[in-house]
Design a protein. Structure first.
Length: 98
């Protein structure tokens, strides 16, 4: 456990936070790929990713541009899948993640 702690403390916080942000992207993608999609779970993961990327911006270091692109892509995927799911179910599209 001490070795893990030393490794973590020697890694810049921006790298650790960015890795968690990529994990949120993956979580959202997994929920969107389910059949049927798990939209509420995906929305939470997208919103959490957005909070990090929008809130921290350039403080995420070198990962900031790719995280911004990932956020834009997962938001677009959410809107498309949500719209498609609602249309297939004959319901009104639900509000999209910001």
């Amino acid at each position: 456990m001490e070795a893990l702690r030393r490794q973590l403390v020697s890694t810049p916080a921006a790298v650790v936070v960015a890795n968690h942000a990529y994990g949120l992207f993956e979580l959202a993608a997994i929920h969107l790929s389910e059949r049927p999609p798990r939209l509420d779970d995906a929305r939470l993961a997208v919103d959490a990713l957005g909070s990090l990327v929008d809130g921290l911006g350039s403080r995420l270091g070198e990962a900031a541009p790719s995280l911004r692109q990932a956020l834009d892509q997962i938001r677009l995927a959410f809107v498309q899948i949500s719209s498609h799911t609602d249309t297939a179910n004959g319901t009104t599209p639900s509000p999209a993640a910001p």
